[in-house]
Design a protein around this ligand. Structure first.
Ligand code: FAD
Ligand code: MLT
Ligand code: ZN
Length: 460
């Protein structure tokens, strides 16, 4: 029996996609930069089916690419050529929310928006949010350890993982969904899977830790002269506004691109840089936000405390991804730098990009409160890595990280050894070898595949 037929027998013909037209949406990433034909796309309907798929692939030595909503931005969820794509979208059940614990068990394929709605209906907040909420899945968010616009207050996805159910590379299933608040009997496998990008196991369900709802909200869009002024505002927000939930930034050329794309006028005085801050609490947090603005002598912020007004401001920030995507296939470099070096970094990036590929266009925005900069470069061909190398080199020089929230994927795998020291990478390889000795789970993602020495077996 061929691999394709064996897999179809597990999931049913309707969910075993071999036709190139049906496979296509699973084979190219959101940016259009990454992807290749898969051998087959399978859409299991249960954790047991995922386990059976993995067992069959393990027997055949067939490589697997786990995929959620395919909104990842580092090429880790799409095939590199000939893999079995396991799409988790059908595992979208959401259990009832345990209000006493503030937890809910959610299928890996449920969208972030569906999880948010379930938490809201129970008087809670998921505590995680980002622009791809309607398509990105909870499994994908945990696998990437996604960050988003609330990480400043509630941490990244891993902070919300109270447990997981996952299929390991031999087809065994580990399940820690009891939701015990304290359970330190042995290694924390759920924590290990968070941020593993599909290389250590396929997450089939997550026990999600929600946060208290904070329905009283106020946002401010603040025009500023420099990164130093932005850092000063962030410090004032931290000092005066315990209700601070988000602190984002973008620059004037990014705003211009978004305004043109959205065909709307600027709602704010034009300036080199903008900070979008939002405070959220159970009682009106406007006074806290105002105290922070006053402390910095800011008088021309655009403040919105109604839903429509806040959403209008957020569209300027979240609209960057779509506006950039509409202008071309970007090189997206999600990096982190120490806040003290942010000004130098923002000034240097366009220069190093221009030196690497003259004429390339650089757009910078991100999560100021997390020191997380999204460097987007338009112009270079998708496989021209000169700008990626130049920007990541600068990041390392600044003492930053090559991946803050999107993951390493295939985009930055060859940079891991430059960004982490040798002992660190060796420990990661040891974990990978222990849990996936044949290297069938997402090969080429996160850990670079070293060229095998002559005569040696495949290394991981
Ligand atoms: P996919 O793209 O399908 O997969 C991503 C990775 O996770 C791959 O390596 C894949 O193999 C692995 N994976 C997926 N599901 C599983 C599973 N069940 N088990 C094991 N491995 C799995 N990211 C942020 O962090 N912050 C943001 O603010 C943010 N904003 C975004 C805005 C837009 C408009 C877009 C398009 C993307 C944004 N992203 C952001 C990136 C992306 O949405 C997140 O990384 C998201 O978590 C990916 O989820 P997904 O379900 O689409 O995963
Ligand atoms: C964001 O913060 O908007 C996202 O991470 C998406 C992106 O980087 O384009
Ligand atoms: Zn982001």
């Amino acid at each position: 029996v061929s691999l394709e037929r064996a897999l179809a027998a597990v999931v049913g013909d309707r969910h075993a996609l071999v036709d190139p037209g049906l496979r296509a949406p699973y084979e190219r990433d959101w940016t259009g930069r990454f992807g290749a034909p898969a051998r087959i796309v399978v859409r299991p309907g249960s954790a047991a089916e995922v386990a059976e798929i993995v067992r069959i692939c393990a027997q055949e030595g067939a490589a697997i690419v786990p995929q959620g909503g395919n909104t990842g931005l580092v090429g880790g969820g799409v095939p590199r050529g000939g893999e079995v794509v396991v799409s988790l979208g059908r595992l979208d059940a959401i259990g009832s929310v345990d209000a006493a614990l503030g937890q809910v068990t959610v299928g890996a394929g449920a969208t972030l928006a569906a999880l948010q709605a379930a938490c809201r209906a129970a008087g809670l907040d998921a505590g995680l949010d980002f622009g791809a909420r309607d398509t990105a899945t909870v499994g994908g968010a945990v696998a990437c350890d996604a960050g988003g616009v609330k990480a400043l207050r509630h941490g990244t996805a891993r902070a919300h993982v109270a447990g997981v159910e996952a299929v390991l590379a031999d087809g065994s299933v580990v399940s820690r969904l009891a939701g015990l608040v304290k359970d330190n009997a042995g290694y924390d496998l759920p924590a290990l899977l968070a941020g593993s990008e599909g290389t250590l196991g396929i997450i089939t369900a997550v026990r999600w830790r929600a946060v208290p709802a904070a329905p009283a909200r106020v946002a401010a869009l603040v025009p500023l002269a420099s990164a130093e002024a932005a850092a000063e505002l962030l410090a004032a927000l931290r000092a005066h506004a315990p209700s601070l939930e988000s602190c984002e930034f973008f620059l004037d050329d990014g705003l211009e691109l978004v305004l043109r794309h959205q065909r709307r006028p600027a709602p704010v005085r034009r300036a080199p840089m903008y900070v979008l801050a939002e405070c959220a609490a159970t009682a009106d947090p406007t006074a806290e936000l105002a105290a922070a603005l006053d402390a910095c002598g800011i008088e021309d912020a655009v403040v919105a405390d109604d839903t429509a007004g806040r959403e209008g401001l957020w569209r300027l920030r979240e609209g960057h991804t779509e506006a950039i995507g509409a202008a071309g296939i970007p090189h997206k470099l999600d990096v982190g730098v120490p806040l003290a070096r942010l000004g130098r970094f923002l000034a240097e990036v366009p220069r190093v990009v221009e030196r690497a590929v003259p004429g390339a266009r650089t757009i910078l925005f991100g999560h100021l409160g997390d020191g997380n900069v999204h460097v987007n470069v338009l112009g270079p061909e998708p496989d021209d890595e000169r700008v990626d190398d130049a920007v990541l080199e600068l990041v390392c020089d600044c003492g930053g990280t090559i991946s803050a929230e999107h993951g390493v994927g295939v985009a930055k795998a060859r940079w891991l050894e430059r960004a982490r020291d040798a002992a660190d990478v060796a420990a990661m390889r040891a974990v990978k070898r222990a849990l996936d000795p044949a290297g069938i789970l997402n090969p080429g993602v996160l850990l670079p595949n070293p060229a095998p020495a002559a005569g040696a077996g495949a290394d991981l």
